[in-house]
Design a binder for this molecule. Structure first.
Ligand SMILES: Cc1cc2nc3c(=O)[nH]c(=O)nc-3n(C[C@H](O)[C@H](O)[C@H](O)COP(=O)(O)OP(=O)(O)OC[C@H]3O[C@@H](n4cnc5c(N)ncnc54)[C@H](O)[C@@H]3O)c2cc1C
Length: 387
C-alpha cells in the first residue's frame, strides 16, 4: 500500500509516539511532509518514558560544551513552541516553570563548583550558595550549592496534550503497533504493509525489539516516589528549584500543579523492560528516598508519600544518544533516535528537528558525528550521567 500524497510531498513513517516521535512529527509536518505516526498507546499513558508530571531541564553538563549548547538551543525552541501554543503567559497552561536547577554539594565535593566554572567559562551565569544561604532560601542542609538559573521544570502532560491536538489538526495520520519495518516500509499489527520515503524509529525501550541487534541499547528499571510537598512546605513549593546530588544520584523535581516532589535516582537501575513489569516500588527504595530528604531537606522528609511509579531509561553503552541513519545490517537506511537515558526530554525539540532533517535528507542543523550508530563508544564500558 502507498499513501496518497501531493506531488513531491515526502511520505515519512515515525514509529513510536513518545515525546521524541511527536517532536519529529511536528518538525516533519512543519516542513511539508506527509507523516504517519505509529504507536499502540495514547499520547498520555503510564507506560512509556515520556509521560510524567515533571521533567528536569538544566544547562549545566559538567564540562560537556556540546550538551550545554544543545540544552541552550533546546531552551529557545521550548520557549518558542510554548509561546506559539499560547501557553507561556498562563501558570495553569505553561510548559516550562523556570525554577532553576540546584546542585547540592557536600564538603570536598568538587562537581557543583566545576559545573559553575564551566558555565562561567562558557559565558553563562550561575549562582553559588553557602550553607546558610541554601538553608535560608530553600531549606536545604548542605555544605554549599550551585544554582543553574536556566534550569526548570518541563510539564510533559501539557506538552504532549498540545502536540496531540496540533499534530492531528496539521494532518498527522495515526496507526497502531508496528510488527516489522525496513528503510522504506512498515508493516503494522493488522498486517498492512505501507511504503514510505523514509522510516524513523523513536521507540524508546522497544527500539531493540524493532531493530534487533543493529542497535545496541538496554533499558533499566528506575523507581520514583512522590512526596506531598505542598503539605510540608505550603506555598514555598513554587520557589523550590529542581535539585540533585551527584554522588548519591538522588534528585528531586517539584511540580506545582499537583504539589508533589518526585524523588528518584539517576544511577541506572537493574536491566529490565517495561512490558510486563509490575511497576511496584520496593520499600528499600522508599526508605532510601526518605533518608536522602532527611539528610538534605529535613522539612520535606516529613511529607507523606502520595504515589510511586516505575519508569525505564533507555541507554547505550557510552550513555550518549544515537541520532543517525543506520549504515549496516537488515535495518540499514532506517533513521533512529534512541539512548536518551534519563536526560533526553529536555532536548526533545532539537532531537525532533534533527531526526526530521535526516528523514528529509537535509544537512542536520547540529553535528551528529558524536551520535553516530557506528561509533566505537557504543561498545565501551558503561558510565553514568546525571539528570
Ligand atoms: C524515570 C525517568 C525520569 C526522567 N527524567 C528526565 C528528566 O528529568 N529530564 C530529562 O530531560 N529527561 C528525563 N528522562 C528522559 C526522557 O523522559 C526520555 O528520554 C524520553 O521521554 C524518551 O522519549 P522517547 O519518545 O524516546 O521514548 P518513549 O516515551 O518511551 O516512547 C516510545 C514509544 O514507542 C512506542 N512503541 C514501542 N513499540 C512500538 C511498536 N512496535 N510500534 C509502534 N510504537 C511502538 C511506545 O508505545 C512508546 O509510546 C527521564 C526518563 C525516565 C524514564
Amino acid at each position: 500500500m502507498t499513501l496518497p500524497t501531493a506531488p513531491f510531498q515526502k511520505r515519512i513513517a515515525v514509529v513510536g509516539g513518545g515525546v521524541m516521535g511527536a517532536m519529529t512529527a511536528h518538525h516533519l509536518l512543519e516542513r511539508g511532509a506527509h507523516v504517519t505516526l505509529y504507536d499502540p498507546l495514547p499520547y498520555n499513558n503510564s507506560i512509556n518514558a515520556s509521560s510524567d508530571t515533571g521533567r528536569s531541564f538544566r544547562v549545566h553538563y559538567g564540562d560537556d560544551l556540546v550538551l550545554m549548547d544543545m540544552a541552550l538551543e533546546s531552551r529557545v525552541l521550548w520557549k518558542k513552541m510554548e509561546a506559539d501554543a499560547g501557553a507561556a503567559t498562563s501558570n495553569s497552561k505553561s510548559w516550562f516553570h523556570p525554577s532553576g536547577k540546584m546542585l547540592l554539594a557536600d564538603a570536598g565535593d568538587p562537581y557543583a563548583r566545576e559545573c559553575a566554572l564551566a558555565m562561567r567559562n562558557h559565558g553563562l551565569l550561575s549562582r553559588e550558595f553557602t550553607a546558610a544561604q541554601a538553608a535560608a532560601r530553600y531549606g536545604f542542609q548542605v555544605n554549599s550549592a550551585v544554582l543553574d538559573p536556566y534550569g526548570g521544570i518541563l510539564s510533559p502532560g501539557r506538552i504532549l496534550a498540545h502536540l496531540n491536538t496540533t499534530l492531528t489538526a496539521d494532518g498527522l495520520q495515526r496507526r497502531g503497533r508496528v510488527e516489522a519495518l525496513a528503510s522504506r516500509w512498515v508493516r503494522d499489527a493488522s498486517g498492512t504493509k505501507t511504503q514510505f520515503d523514509a522510516v524513523v524509529v523513536t521507540a524508546g525501550a522497544w527500539t531493540q525489539q524493532l531493530l534487533g541487534s543493529d542497535i545496541a541499547v538496554t533499558s533499566t528499571r528506575q523507581q520514583l516516589v512522590y512526596f506531598d510537598a505542598a503539605s510540608a512546605l505550603g506555598r514555598d513549593i513554587s520557589h523550590l528549584p529542581v535539585f540533585s546530588h551527584m554522588e548519591s544520584g538522588f534528585y528531586g523535581i517539584p511540580t506545582q500543579a499537583d504539589g508533589l516532589v518526585k524523588i528518584a535516582n539517576h544511577h541506572p537501575g537493574p536491566a529490565a523492560h517495561p512490558d510486563g513489569d509490575d511497576r511496584r516500588v520496593d520499600l528499600a527504595f522508599i526508605d532510601a528516598a526518605r533518608n536522602f530528604l532527611a539528610r538534605y531537606h529535613p522539612k520535606l522528609a516529613k511529607a507523606e508519600i502520595r504515589r510511586t511509579h516505575v519508569c525505564f531509561y533507555t541507554g547505550t553503552r557510552d550513555r550518549d544518544f544515537i541520532l543517525d541513519r543506520i549504515e549496516h545490517g537488515p535495518a540499514r537506511g532506517v533513521i533512529v533516535g534512541t539512548g536518551f537515558s534519563g536526560h533526553g526530554f529536555k532536548f526533545a525539540p532539537l532531537i525532533g528537528r534533527t531526526l526530521a532533517e535526516l528523514a528529509l535528507n537535509k544537512t542536520t542543523s547540529i553535528s551528529i558525528e558524536r551520535f553516530r550508530s557506528s561509533r566505537p563508544g557504543l561498545y565501551a564500558p558503561t558510565s553514568v550521567v546525571a539528570v
